[in-house]
Ligand binder design. Structure first.
Ligand code: FES
Length: 74
């Protein structure tokens, strides 16, 4: 009897990438729910989601994280 370990399967390109001290990148289509329960649909091939909480375009990253001191970046 042979069993297939799903962890042995080839690794696909990740569709979620956490950028060091920056946003979370989403590849492809996703529906995101913010802290207020509003849903946002991604429309681009790659979408940057804010992780620092300082974006003026929340939930999307607007680059503000680059202005933050490294200690408070995500
Ligand atoms: S992670 Fe880029 S503005 Fe927050």
């Amino acid at each position: 009897m042979s069993t297939t370990d799903p962890h042995d399967a080839p690794v696909a390109t990740p569709d979620v990438v956490l950028c060091p001290e920056g946003p979370m990148l989403l590849r492809g289509r996703h529906v995101l729910e913010d802290a207020d329960g509003r849903r946002h649909e991604t429309t681009r091939p790659v979408t940057a989601v804010c992780r620092c909480g300082k974006s003026q375009s929340a939930p999307w990253c607007d680059g503000t994280h680059k202005l933050l001191p490294p200690k408070v970046r995500p």
